[in-house]
Design a binder for this molecule. Structure first.
Ligand SMILES: O=C(O)[C@H](O)[C@@H](O)[C@H](O)[C@H](O)COP(=O)(O)O
Length: 245
């Protein structure tokens, strides 16, 4: 069984399968309730290896997927089908079986750079209902989440709590985590923090240590997940930080 608490507030699961199954229940219920209340639901999803099983579970859940808008939390500036495409990862793992009826809005467009593609992305997002009903995030051992990378160009704009833009362009610093995918587009802090449910999925000891470190004092730019944790501290968010070994 999952248990909540400890000093870190992490919700700890006995394994990846248990985490995926529990979160699939939670997210499917939240999306179904949003469809019931508002007619449509909006679901923001991250790439990364940790949520893959969750997406596979969700794709088989019985809910009115034709009323669900799936958007990306972030994207590497590569076309669908190319290496590193989150859109393709989501298409292959979530948009299958029952969830194939959902509508996926990608981030990569024809612009040469993420900055040049922002206006097109904002126009796409204007067709989605906000606040988002559910946002799934991952976290890197460096404390990045979404494409909010430590000291990245564009980070301040992406993390501006008063900002009105929903998407931002990021040039990540070269590191083991980002590899060659330095040019990115990401949702900004406000739409993530205003989501009806925010799930942060973490796997492995290194992530737990990084999360604990992020909870301590220090600059947001050093560990950008702090931006979210600090909003959560000041006004409690519907936030599920989930961890398994
Ligand atoms: O596009 C991405 O890669 C993600 O949005 C990224 O922020 C990811 O969630 C973390 O890097 C964790 O990745 P893992 O789950 O693979 O550890």
């Amino acid at each position: 069984m999952a248990h909540e608490g400890g000093d870190t507030g992490l919700i700890t699961f006995p394994g990846e399968a248990a985490m995926a199954a529990r979160l699939a229940d939670l997210i499917a219920a939240q999306l179904a309730a949003a469809v019931e209340d508002k007619g449509r639901a909006s679901f923001a999803v991250s790439g990364g290896s940790t949520p893959k099983l969750l997406y596979q579970h969700l794709s088989q859940r019985d809910l009115n997927w034709s009323k669900v808008d799936v958007v990306l939390v972030d994207e590497r500036w590569v076309d669908p089908g190319e290496e590193g495409s989150n859109e393709t990862f989501i298409a292959e793992n979530l948009m299958q079986d029952r969830a194939a009826a959902a509508r996926l809005t990608g981030m990569k467009n024809k612009a040469a750079t993420p900055a040049e593609g922002l206006a097109t992305m904002e126009a796409c997002l204007s067709g989605i209902s906000f606040p988002l009903d559910v946002t799934v995030l991952g976290m890197g051992g460096d404390g990045h989440t979404a494409s909010w990378f430590p000291h990245a160009e564009g980070l301040d704009a992406a993390l501006d709590p008063e900002g009105s833009d929903r998407a931002a362009a990021i040039t990540a610093t070269r590191s083991e985590v980002t590899g060659k995918f330095l040019q990115r587009m990401t949702l900004t802090l406000p739409p993530v923090a205003e989501s009806g449910l925010i799930v942060l999925m973490m796997k492995g000891e290194g992530k737990r240590e990084a999360y604990e470190k992020a909870q301590g004092e220090g600059a947001v730019a050093d560990m950008p997940v702090r931006a979210l944790l600090r909003v959560h501290e000041s006004r409690s968010l519907p936030f599920w930080p989930c961890w398994t070994a």
